[in-house]
Design a protein around this ligand. Structure first.
Ligand code: KIV
Ligand code: ZN
Length: 542
Protein backbone atom coordinates (compact mmCIF):
# COMPACT_ATOMS: atom_id res chain seq x y z
CA UNK A 1 0.00 0.00 0.00
CA UNK A 2 1.18 3.50 -0.72
CA UNK A 3 2.39 5.31 2.37
CA UNK A 4 1.07 8.65 1.23
CA UNK A 5 -2.34 8.02 2.70
CA UNK A 6 -0.86 7.70 6.16
CA UNK A 7 1.15 10.86 6.25
CA UNK A 8 -0.08 14.43 6.22
CA UNK A 9 0.65 16.45 3.11
CA UNK A 10 2.45 19.70 2.72
CA UNK A 11 0.82 22.57 4.59
CA UNK A 12 -0.83 24.67 1.92
CA UNK A 13 -3.91 26.82 2.07
CA UNK A 14 -7.38 25.46 1.29
CA UNK A 15 -7.44 27.63 -1.82
CA UNK A 16 -4.43 25.80 -3.28
CA UNK A 17 -5.87 22.44 -2.27
CA UNK A 18 -9.06 23.29 -4.19
CA UNK A 19 -7.03 24.30 -7.20
CA UNK A 20 -5.16 20.97 -7.16
CA UNK A 21 -8.45 19.08 -6.87
CA UNK A 22 -9.63 20.61 -10.15
CA UNK A 23 -6.67 19.28 -12.09
CA UNK A 24 -7.01 16.11 -14.12
CA UNK A 25 -4.64 14.26 -11.80
CA UNK A 26 -4.25 10.49 -11.96
CA UNK A 27 -4.99 8.69 -8.69
CA UNK A 28 -1.79 6.78 -8.85
CA UNK A 29 1.47 7.22 -10.72
CA UNK A 30 3.72 4.31 -11.68
CA UNK A 31 7.46 4.77 -11.35
CA UNK A 32 9.53 3.54 -14.28
CA UNK A 33 13.17 3.70 -13.26
CA UNK A 34 15.79 4.02 -15.99
CA UNK A 35 18.89 4.51 -13.82
CA UNK A 36 20.46 1.37 -15.27
CA UNK A 37 19.74 2.36 -18.89
CA UNK A 38 19.44 6.13 -19.51
CA UNK A 39 21.24 6.73 -16.19
CA UNK A 40 24.18 4.61 -17.25
CA UNK A 41 24.40 6.70 -20.41
CA UNK A 42 25.79 9.51 -18.23
CA UNK A 43 29.22 10.37 -19.58
CA UNK A 44 31.76 8.65 -17.34
CA UNK A 45 29.39 6.27 -15.58
CA UNK A 46 29.63 2.55 -16.02
CA UNK A 47 28.24 -0.01 -13.59
CA UNK A 48 29.63 -3.52 -13.28
CA UNK A 49 27.20 -6.46 -13.37
CA UNK A 50 27.37 -6.80 -9.59
CA UNK A 51 26.67 -3.09 -9.17
CA UNK A 52 23.68 -3.30 -11.52
CA UNK A 53 22.28 -6.20 -9.53
CA UNK A 54 22.81 -4.24 -6.31
CA UNK A 55 21.01 -1.20 -7.75
CA UNK A 56 18.13 -3.26 -9.15
CA UNK A 57 17.67 -4.97 -5.79
CA UNK A 58 17.65 -1.64 -4.01
CA UNK A 59 15.17 -0.14 -6.50
CA UNK A 60 12.91 -3.10 -5.91
CA UNK A 61 13.17 -2.56 -2.15
CA UNK A 62 12.30 1.09 -2.71
CA UNK A 63 9.14 0.00 -4.51
CA UNK A 64 9.63 1.19 -8.09
CA UNK A 65 7.16 -0.45 -10.45
CA UNK A 66 9.38 -0.93 -13.49
CA UNK A 67 13.15 -1.28 -13.80
CA UNK A 68 14.70 -0.67 -17.20
CA UNK A 69 17.69 -2.98 -16.84
CA UNK A 70 19.44 -2.00 -20.07
CA UNK A 71 19.47 -2.35 -23.82
CA UNK A 72 20.64 -5.91 -24.56
CA UNK A 73 21.88 -5.14 -28.10
CA UNK A 74 24.32 -2.48 -26.87
CA UNK A 75 26.97 -4.71 -25.31
CA UNK A 76 27.68 -8.08 -23.78
CA UNK A 77 27.54 -6.33 -20.39
CA UNK A 78 24.03 -4.94 -20.98
CA UNK A 79 22.85 -8.28 -22.35
CA UNK A 80 24.11 -10.13 -19.29
CA UNK A 81 22.69 -7.54 -16.89
CA UNK A 82 19.24 -7.80 -18.51
CA UNK A 83 19.37 -11.59 -18.29
CA UNK A 84 20.64 -11.76 -14.72
CA UNK A 85 18.33 -9.05 -13.35
CA UNK A 86 15.37 -10.80 -14.97
CA UNK A 87 16.32 -13.95 -13.10
CA UNK A 88 16.31 -12.28 -9.67
CA UNK A 89 12.57 -12.74 -9.22
CA UNK A 90 12.01 -9.15 -8.12
CA UNK A 91 8.52 -7.74 -7.66
CA UNK A 92 9.26 -4.91 -10.08
CA UNK A 93 8.68 -5.47 -13.78
CA UNK A 94 12.01 -5.81 -15.60
CA UNK A 95 11.99 -4.18 -19.01
CA UNK A 96 14.56 -4.08 -21.81
CA UNK A 97 15.03 -1.39 -24.46
CA UNK A 98 15.12 -2.12 -28.19
CA UNK A 99 15.09 -0.03 -31.34
CA UNK A 100 12.26 -0.85 -33.70
CA UNK A 101 14.16 -3.58 -35.53
CA UNK A 102 14.25 -7.36 -35.51
CA UNK A 103 17.73 -7.85 -34.10
CA UNK A 104 17.15 -5.55 -31.11
CA UNK A 105 13.75 -7.06 -30.33
CA UNK A 106 15.10 -10.62 -30.54
CA UNK A 107 17.84 -9.74 -28.04
CA UNK A 108 15.23 -8.63 -25.47
CA UNK A 109 13.25 -11.82 -26.12
CA UNK A 110 16.42 -13.87 -25.52
CA UNK A 111 16.90 -12.20 -22.13
CA UNK A 112 13.48 -13.45 -21.00
CA UNK A 113 12.42 -10.08 -19.63
CA UNK A 114 8.96 -9.12 -18.33
CA UNK A 115 8.36 -6.39 -20.88
CA UNK A 116 9.88 -4.68 -23.91
CA UNK A 117 10.33 -0.96 -24.53
CA UNK A 118 10.63 -0.24 -28.26
CA UNK A 119 11.47 3.13 -29.76
CA UNK A 120 11.99 4.93 -33.03
CA UNK A 121 12.39 8.63 -33.76
CA UNK A 122 9.49 10.60 -35.23
CA UNK A 123 10.93 14.10 -35.60
CA UNK A 124 11.73 15.21 -39.12
CA UNK A 125 15.30 15.94 -38.08
CA UNK A 126 15.91 12.45 -36.67
CA UNK A 127 14.07 10.60 -39.42
CA UNK A 128 15.97 12.41 -42.16
CA UNK A 129 19.43 12.85 -40.65
CA UNK A 130 19.77 9.87 -38.35
CA UNK A 131 17.46 7.13 -39.57
CA UNK A 132 17.54 8.08 -43.28
CA UNK A 133 13.94 6.94 -43.42
CA UNK A 134 10.82 8.56 -44.79
CA UNK A 135 7.88 9.17 -42.40
CA UNK A 136 5.97 6.38 -44.19
CA UNK A 137 8.84 3.94 -43.63
CA UNK A 138 8.89 4.86 -39.93
CA UNK A 139 5.15 4.25 -39.58
CA UNK A 140 5.39 0.96 -41.42
CA UNK A 141 8.31 -0.19 -39.21
CA UNK A 142 6.28 0.66 -36.09
CA UNK A 143 3.43 -1.58 -37.22
CA UNK A 144 5.54 -4.46 -38.49
CA UNK A 145 7.95 -4.64 -35.57
CA UNK A 146 5.40 -4.15 -32.79
CA UNK A 147 3.23 -6.83 -34.36
CA UNK A 148 6.32 -9.07 -34.48
CA UNK A 149 7.04 -8.37 -30.79
CA UNK A 150 3.42 -9.07 -29.89
CA UNK A 151 3.49 -12.38 -31.68
CA UNK A 152 6.94 -13.62 -30.64
CA UNK A 153 7.34 -12.02 -27.22
CA UNK A 154 3.73 -11.91 -26.16
CA UNK A 155 4.32 -9.78 -23.06
CA UNK A 156 3.83 -6.09 -22.33
CA UNK A 157 5.00 -3.62 -24.97
CA UNK A 158 5.80 0.03 -24.30
CA UNK A 159 6.42 2.36 -27.24
CA UNK A 160 8.42 5.59 -27.34
CA UNK A 161 8.51 8.01 -30.25
CA UNK A 162 12.00 9.38 -29.76
CA UNK A 163 12.31 13.16 -30.00
CA UNK A 164 8.51 13.28 -29.62
CA UNK A 165 8.45 16.89 -28.48
CA UNK A 166 10.19 18.10 -31.67
CA UNK A 167 7.96 15.97 -33.89
CA UNK A 168 5.04 17.25 -35.89
CA UNK A 169 2.18 16.81 -33.39
CA UNK A 170 -0.24 15.15 -35.83
CA UNK A 171 2.46 12.77 -37.02
CA UNK A 172 3.40 11.94 -33.43
CA UNK A 173 -0.20 11.14 -32.54
CA UNK A 174 -0.51 9.02 -35.68
CA UNK A 175 2.66 7.07 -34.83
CA UNK A 176 1.49 6.50 -31.25
CA UNK A 177 -1.95 5.35 -32.38
CA UNK A 178 -0.39 2.93 -34.87
CA UNK A 179 1.81 1.55 -32.08
CA UNK A 180 -1.31 0.99 -29.95
CA UNK A 181 -3.14 -0.70 -32.82
CA UNK A 182 -0.14 -2.98 -33.37
CA UNK A 183 -0.04 -4.07 -29.71
CA UNK A 184 1.60 -1.47 -27.47
CA UNK A 185 -0.29 -0.88 -24.23
CA UNK A 186 1.90 1.87 -22.84
CA UNK A 187 2.91 5.01 -24.71
CA UNK A 188 5.89 6.99 -23.49
CA UNK A 189 6.31 10.53 -24.84
CA UNK A 190 9.96 11.56 -24.47
CA UNK A 191 11.32 15.08 -24.40
CA UNK A 192 14.57 13.63 -25.71
CA UNK A 193 16.61 16.84 -25.91
CA UNK A 194 14.86 18.67 -23.07
CA UNK A 195 13.44 21.31 -25.38
CA UNK A 196 9.95 22.04 -24.10
CA UNK A 197 8.57 24.16 -21.30
CA UNK A 198 5.90 22.73 -18.96
CA UNK A 199 2.95 24.38 -20.75
CA UNK A 200 3.99 23.02 -24.11
CA UNK A 201 4.66 19.55 -22.74
CA UNK A 202 1.24 19.45 -21.04
CA UNK A 203 -0.35 20.42 -24.34
CA UNK A 204 1.44 17.59 -26.19
CA UNK A 205 0.45 15.08 -23.51
CA UNK A 206 -3.15 16.28 -23.48
CA UNK A 207 -3.51 16.11 -27.27
CA UNK A 208 -2.15 12.57 -27.31
CA UNK A 209 -4.28 11.31 -24.43
CA UNK A 210 -7.42 12.69 -26.08
CA UNK A 211 -6.77 10.44 -29.07
CA UNK A 212 -5.91 7.21 -27.24
CA UNK A 213 -8.36 4.46 -26.36
CA UNK A 214 -9.11 4.05 -22.62
CA UNK A 215 -6.75 1.74 -20.77
CA UNK A 216 -3.59 2.91 -22.57
CA UNK A 217 -1.10 4.11 -20.00
CA UNK A 218 0.69 7.34 -20.90
CA UNK A 219 4.21 7.82 -19.63
CA UNK A 220 6.51 10.85 -19.52
CA UNK A 221 10.28 10.93 -19.99
CA UNK A 222 12.03 14.29 -19.67
CA UNK A 223 15.63 15.37 -20.07
CA UNK A 224 17.17 18.18 -18.11
CA UNK A 225 18.99 20.24 -20.71
CA UNK A 226 17.29 23.44 -19.53
CA UNK A 227 16.82 22.31 -15.94
CA UNK A 228 13.13 21.63 -16.60
CA UNK A 229 13.01 17.84 -16.43
CA UNK A 230 11.11 17.61 -13.15
CA UNK A 231 8.80 20.53 -13.96
CA UNK A 232 7.95 19.01 -17.34
CA UNK A 233 7.42 15.56 -15.83
CA UNK A 234 4.94 17.02 -13.34
CA UNK A 235 3.25 19.02 -16.10
CA UNK A 236 2.68 15.73 -17.93
CA UNK A 237 1.19 14.18 -14.81
CA UNK A 238 -1.11 17.20 -14.43
CA UNK A 239 -2.53 16.31 -17.83
CA UNK A 240 -3.18 12.72 -16.83
CA UNK A 241 0.06 10.83 -17.54
CA UNK A 242 0.10 7.99 -15.02
CA UNK A 243 3.68 6.81 -15.44
CA UNK A 244 6.94 8.73 -15.02
CA UNK A 245 10.35 7.66 -16.25
CA UNK A 246 13.02 8.90 -13.88
CA UNK A 247 16.52 8.11 -12.68
CA UNK A 248 18.04 8.18 -9.23
CA UNK A 249 19.82 11.53 -8.72
CA UNK A 250 18.68 12.52 -12.21
CA UNK A 251 21.67 10.85 -13.86
CA UNK A 252 21.42 10.32 -17.61
CA UNK A 253 22.50 11.48 -21.05
CA UNK A 254 24.09 14.95 -21.04
CA UNK A 255 22.55 16.86 -18.11
CA UNK A 256 20.42 13.88 -17.19
CA UNK A 257 16.81 12.87 -16.71
CA UNK A 258 14.12 13.89 -14.25
CA UNK A 259 15.35 12.97 -10.78
CA UNK A 260 13.33 10.30 -9.01
CA UNK A 261 13.87 12.02 -5.65
CA UNK A 262 12.33 15.27 -6.91
CA UNK A 263 9.48 13.70 -8.86
CA UNK A 264 8.40 11.13 -6.30
CA UNK A 265 8.46 13.54 -3.37
CA UNK A 266 6.66 16.24 -5.37
CA UNK A 267 3.94 13.76 -6.30
CA UNK A 268 3.57 12.82 -2.67
CA UNK A 269 3.91 16.17 -0.97
CA UNK A 270 2.81 18.75 -3.51
CA UNK A 271 0.03 16.88 -5.31
CA UNK A 272 -0.95 14.17 -2.83
CA UNK A 273 -0.68 11.50 -5.54
CA UNK A 274 0.23 8.01 -4.40
CA UNK A 275 2.97 5.81 -5.77
CA UNK A 276 4.26 2.44 -4.60
CA UNK A 277 7.45 4.04 -3.32
CA UNK A 278 8.51 3.31 0.24
CA UNK A 279 9.86 6.75 0.98
CA UNK A 280 11.96 5.62 3.92
CA UNK A 281 14.36 3.89 1.50
CA UNK A 282 14.81 6.89 -0.77
CA UNK A 283 17.91 8.34 0.88
CA UNK A 284 19.76 5.02 1.06
CA UNK A 285 18.94 4.45 -2.64
CA UNK A 286 20.41 7.83 -3.59
CA UNK A 287 23.50 7.16 -1.48
CA UNK A 288 24.00 3.75 -3.10
CA UNK A 289 23.85 5.26 -6.59
CA UNK A 290 26.17 8.05 -5.47
CA UNK A 291 28.69 5.50 -4.24
CA UNK A 292 28.50 3.17 -7.25
CA UNK A 293 28.43 5.91 -9.87
CA UNK A 294 31.38 7.78 -8.38
CA UNK A 295 29.37 11.01 -8.60
CA UNK A 296 29.01 13.20 -5.58
CA UNK A 297 25.52 14.43 -4.65
CA UNK A 298 25.63 18.24 -4.84
CA UNK A 299 25.09 19.70 -1.36
CA UNK A 300 22.01 21.58 -2.59
CA UNK A 301 20.41 18.61 -4.36
CA UNK A 302 16.69 18.50 -3.46
CA UNK A 303 15.73 16.05 -0.71
CA UNK A 304 19.01 14.14 -0.43
CA UNK A 305 21.77 16.80 -0.63
CA UNK A 306 23.65 17.50 2.59
CA UNK A 307 22.04 20.92 2.90
CA UNK A 308 18.46 19.76 2.26
CA UNK A 309 17.60 19.79 5.94
CA UNK A 310 20.29 22.09 7.32
CA UNK A 311 19.55 25.52 8.74
CA UNK A 312 22.17 28.20 8.75
CA UNK A 313 20.46 31.34 10.01
CA UNK A 314 19.60 31.64 13.68
CA UNK A 315 16.04 32.71 12.86
CA UNK A 316 15.45 29.53 10.87
CA UNK A 317 17.17 27.29 13.40
CA UNK A 318 15.08 28.65 16.28
CA UNK A 319 11.84 28.31 14.36
CA UNK A 320 12.72 24.73 13.40
CA UNK A 321 13.27 23.86 17.06
CA UNK A 322 9.73 25.11 17.77
CA UNK A 323 8.25 23.33 14.78
CA UNK A 324 10.37 21.83 11.95
CA UNK A 325 7.58 22.47 9.44
CA UNK A 326 8.32 26.20 9.61
CA UNK A 327 11.34 25.79 7.33
CA UNK A 328 11.21 22.14 6.29
CA UNK A 329 8.67 21.07 3.68
CA UNK A 330 9.09 17.45 4.80
CA UNK A 331 10.68 15.74 7.74
CA UNK A 332 14.02 14.16 6.78
CA UNK A 333 13.05 10.96 8.61
CA UNK A 334 10.30 10.44 6.03
CA UNK A 335 12.90 9.66 3.36
CA UNK A 336 15.22 7.80 5.69
CA UNK A 337 17.56 10.59 6.70
CA UNK A 338 18.75 10.36 10.24
CA UNK A 339 19.26 13.91 11.47
CA UNK A 340 22.67 12.87 12.72
CA UNK A 341 23.68 12.26 9.11
CA UNK A 342 23.97 15.94 8.44
CA UNK A 343 27.48 17.22 8.69
CA UNK A 344 26.42 20.23 10.76
CA UNK A 345 25.01 17.98 13.42
CA UNK A 346 28.14 15.90 13.42
CA UNK A 347 30.28 18.99 13.71
CA UNK A 348 28.15 20.42 16.48
CA UNK A 349 28.38 17.27 18.55
CA UNK A 350 32.10 17.13 18.00
CA UNK A 351 32.50 14.29 20.45
CA UNK A 352 36.04 13.16 20.24
CA UNK A 353 37.25 9.69 19.53
CA UNK A 354 40.88 8.71 19.65
CA UNK A 355 43.31 5.86 19.69
CA UNK A 356 41.83 4.56 22.94
CA UNK A 357 38.30 4.42 21.60
CA UNK A 358 37.14 0.82 21.74
CA UNK A 359 35.66 -1.11 18.86
CA UNK A 360 32.24 -1.04 20.46
CA UNK A 361 32.01 2.73 20.81
CA UNK A 362 33.53 3.24 17.37
CA UNK A 363 30.87 0.91 15.94
CA UNK A 364 28.13 2.75 17.82
CA UNK A 365 29.40 6.06 16.52
CA UNK A 366 29.45 4.87 12.91
CA UNK A 367 25.97 3.50 13.40
CA UNK A 368 24.78 6.83 14.76
CA UNK A 369 25.98 8.43 11.49
CA UNK A 370 23.94 5.86 9.59
CA UNK A 371 27.16 4.39 8.12
CA UNK A 372 27.16 0.66 7.47
CA UNK A 373 30.55 -1.03 7.06
CA UNK A 374 31.75 -4.59 6.71
CA UNK A 375 34.41 -6.09 9.03
CA UNK A 376 37.31 -5.31 6.72
CA UNK A 377 36.24 -1.68 6.36
CA UNK A 378 35.64 -1.42 10.10
CA UNK A 379 39.17 -2.65 10.90
CA UNK A 380 40.64 -0.28 8.34
CA UNK A 381 38.75 2.67 9.87
CA UNK A 382 39.94 1.65 13.34
CA UNK A 383 43.57 1.36 12.13
CA UNK A 384 43.44 4.80 10.58
CA UNK A 385 41.91 6.33 13.71
CA UNK A 386 44.66 4.72 15.78
CA UNK A 387 47.43 5.86 13.47
CA UNK A 388 46.20 9.46 13.57
CA UNK A 389 45.67 9.18 17.35
CA UNK A 390 49.25 7.97 17.75
CA UNK A 391 50.39 11.25 16.25
CA UNK A 392 48.67 13.04 19.14
CA UNK A 393 45.61 14.27 17.24
CA UNK A 394 42.12 14.04 18.69
CA UNK A 395 39.59 12.92 16.13
CA UNK A 396 36.25 14.67 16.07
CA UNK A 397 33.04 13.09 14.82
CA UNK A 398 33.47 15.06 11.64
CA UNK A 399 36.95 13.59 11.12
CA UNK A 400 35.67 10.10 11.82
CA UNK A 401 32.85 10.59 9.37
CA UNK A 402 35.32 11.59 6.65
CA UNK A 403 37.67 8.70 7.41
CA UNK A 404 34.77 6.25 7.20
CA UNK A 405 33.43 7.72 3.96
CA UNK A 406 36.83 7.54 2.27
CA UNK A 407 37.43 3.94 3.40
CA UNK A 408 34.00 2.91 2.09
CA UNK A 409 34.69 4.60 -1.24
CA UNK A 410 37.99 2.78 -1.81
CA UNK A 411 38.62 -0.29 -3.90
CA UNK A 412 38.81 -3.29 -1.50
CA UNK A 413 42.37 -4.10 -0.51
CA UNK A 414 42.54 -7.39 -2.42
CA UNK A 415 41.36 -5.73 -5.64
CA UNK A 416 43.80 -2.83 -5.54
CA UNK A 417 46.34 -2.60 -8.33
CA UNK A 418 48.45 0.25 -7.01
CA UNK A 419 49.61 0.73 -3.43
CA UNK A 420 51.67 3.53 -2.00
CA UNK A 421 54.80 2.31 -0.21
CA UNK A 422 56.78 5.48 0.31
CA UNK A 423 56.63 9.14 -0.56
CA UNK A 424 59.26 11.72 0.11
CA UNK A 425 59.11 15.36 -0.90
CA UNK A 426 61.53 18.22 -0.76
CA UNK A 427 60.24 21.77 -0.82
CA UNK A 428 60.98 25.11 0.76
CA UNK A 429 62.48 28.45 -0.11
CA UNK A 430 64.89 28.51 -3.04
CA UNK A 431 64.52 24.81 -3.85
CA UNK A 432 62.67 23.28 -6.74
CA UNK A 433 59.95 21.11 -5.21
CA UNK A 434 60.66 17.46 -5.97
CA UNK A 435 59.14 14.14 -5.01
CA UNK A 436 60.13 10.50 -5.07
CA UNK A 437 57.45 7.90 -4.93
CA UNK A 438 57.71 4.16 -4.35
CA UNK A 439 54.70 2.08 -5.31
CA UNK A 440 53.73 -1.55 -5.40
CA UNK A 441 51.98 -2.31 -8.66
CA UNK A 442 50.15 -5.50 -9.60
CA UNK A 443 50.43 -6.82 -13.15
CA UNK A 444 49.27 -10.33 -14.06
CA UNK A 445 48.84 -11.18 -10.37
CA UNK A 446 52.48 -10.35 -9.53
CA UNK A 447 53.49 -7.40 -7.45
CA UNK A 448 56.40 -5.31 -8.68
CA UNK A 449 58.01 -2.30 -7.13
CA UNK A 450 58.11 0.94 -9.12
CA UNK A 451 60.01 4.05 -8.20
CA UNK A 452 59.69 7.40 -9.92
CA UNK A 453 60.77 10.94 -9.19
CA UNK A 454 59.83 14.30 -10.63
CA UNK A 455 59.68 17.99 -9.93
CA UNK A 456 56.70 20.35 -9.88
CA UNK A 457 55.50 23.80 -8.87
CA UNK A 458 54.87 22.55 -5.34
CA UNK A 459 55.03 19.33 -3.33
CA UNK A 460 51.60 18.07 -4.47
CA UNK A 461 52.34 18.81 -8.12
CA UNK A 462 55.77 17.14 -7.92
CA UNK A 463 54.26 14.04 -6.25
CA UNK A 464 51.50 13.86 -8.84
CA UNK A 465 54.01 14.15 -11.69
CA UNK A 466 56.02 11.28 -10.21
CA UNK A 467 52.86 9.22 -9.82
CA UNK A 468 51.82 9.97 -13.41
CA UNK A 469 55.15 8.56 -14.62
CA UNK A 470 54.33 5.21 -13.03
CA UNK A 471 50.79 5.33 -14.43
CA UNK A 472 52.13 5.83 -17.95
CA UNK A 473 53.95 2.50 -17.69
CA UNK A 474 50.55 0.73 -17.66
CA UNK A 475 49.94 1.83 -21.24
CA UNK A 476 46.28 2.75 -20.65
CA UNK A 477 46.73 6.27 -21.93
CA UNK A 478 46.82 9.49 -19.97
CA UNK A 479 44.70 10.10 -16.89
CA UNK A 480 44.12 13.79 -16.31
CA UNK A 481 43.60 15.37 -12.94
CA UNK A 482 40.61 17.50 -13.97
CA UNK A 483 39.52 18.58 -10.47
CA UNK A 484 41.31 18.90 -7.17
CA UNK A 485 39.78 20.18 -3.92
CA UNK A 486 41.51 20.45 -0.59
CA UNK A 487 39.65 21.23 2.66
CA UNK A 488 40.64 21.21 6.28
CA UNK A 489 37.85 19.29 7.96
CA UNK A 490 38.01 21.00 11.32
CA UNK A 491 40.07 24.00 12.38
CA UNK A 492 43.69 24.02 13.54
CA UNK A 493 47.00 23.22 11.92
CA UNK A 494 46.57 19.58 12.87
CA UNK A 495 43.24 19.38 11.06
CA UNK A 496 42.69 16.43 8.77
CA UNK A 497 43.11 17.48 5.15
CA UNK A 498 40.39 16.12 2.90
CA UNK A 499 41.28 15.90 -0.76
CA UNK A 500 38.74 15.18 -3.47
CA UNK A 501 39.94 14.54 -7.01
CA UNK A 502 38.40 13.87 -10.37
CA UNK A 503 40.50 11.82 -12.80
CA UNK A 504 39.47 11.72 -16.41
CA UNK A 505 40.71 9.77 -19.42
CA UNK A 506 40.67 10.98 -23.01
CA UNK A 507 37.34 9.24 -23.70
CA UNK A 508 35.52 11.26 -21.06
CA UNK A 509 35.39 8.38 -18.53
CA UNK A 510 35.98 9.81 -15.11
CA UNK A 511 36.30 8.81 -11.50
CA UNK A 512 35.83 10.83 -8.34
CA UNK A 513 37.90 9.79 -5.36
CA UNK A 514 38.87 11.17 -1.97
CA UNK A 515 41.22 10.62 0.95
CA UNK A 516 41.89 12.15 4.35
CA UNK A 517 45.15 12.48 6.21
CA UNK A 518 46.69 15.08 8.54
CA UNK A 519 49.44 15.47 5.92
CA UNK A 520 47.93 17.19 2.89
CA UNK A 521 50.54 15.86 0.45
CA UNK A 522 49.72 12.34 1.62
CA UNK A 523 45.97 12.87 1.33
CA UNK A 524 46.48 14.31 -2.17
CA UNK A 525 48.51 11.38 -3.42
CA UNK A 526 46.33 8.81 -1.65
CA UNK A 527 43.21 10.34 -3.25
CA UNK A 528 44.84 10.06 -6.67
CA UNK A 529 45.90 6.46 -6.05
CA UNK A 530 42.37 5.64 -4.84
CA UNK A 531 41.08 7.18 -8.05
CA UNK A 532 43.49 5.14 -10.18
CA UNK A 533 42.46 1.91 -8.47
CA UNK A 534 38.79 2.77 -8.99
CA UNK A 535 39.45 3.65 -12.62
CA UNK A 536 41.25 0.37 -13.25
CA UNK A 537 38.48 -1.60 -11.56
CA UNK A 538 35.67 0.10 -13.48
CA UNK A 539 36.97 0.95 -16.91
CA UNK A 540 39.56 -1.74 -17.52
CA UNK A 541 36.87 -4.35 -16.88
CA UNK A 542 34.62 -2.65 -19.40
O1 KIV B 1 15.34 10.27 -24.35
C1 KIV B 1 14.80 9.41 -25.06
O2 KIV B 1 14.16 9.68 -26.06
C2 KIV B 1 14.98 8.02 -24.65
C3 KIV B 1 14.12 7.01 -25.33
C4 KIV B 1 14.86 5.80 -25.69
C5 KIV B 1 12.93 6.71 -24.46
O3 KIV B 1 15.72 7.73 -23.75
ZN1 ZN C 1 16.15 9.52 -22.51
Amino acid sequence: MSESKNIDKILVSQHIKDLLKNLNLPEKVYIFDTTLRDGEQTPGISFTLQEKIQIATQLNKLGVDIIEAGMPIVSEGDYLACKEISKLGLDAEIIGLARINREDIDKVIECDMDAIHVFIATSELHMKEKLKMTPEQVLSAITTEIEYAKEHFGKKIEFSAEDATRSDLDFLIKANKMAIEAGATRINIPDTVGTVVPRVYSYIIQKNIEQFPKGVRVSVHCHNDFGLATANTLAGVEMGASQVQTTVLGIGERTGNAAMEEVVMSLYALYGISTNIKYKYLYETSKLVEKLSGLEIPVNFPMVGTNAFKHESGIHAHAVIENPRTYEPLTPELIGINRKDTLTDILEQSIEVGKHTGGHSLGAKLESFGIIVNDVQFNEIRNRVKKIGDKGKKITDMDLYEIAISVIGEVPNEEQTIKLEELSVICGKNVTPSATIRLKVKTNNDWAEKVAADIGVGPVDASYNALAKVWEQFGYGKLFLSEYHLDAITGGTDALGRVKVKLEDMFGNYINARAVNPDIVMSSIQAMINGMNLYLMKFRKK
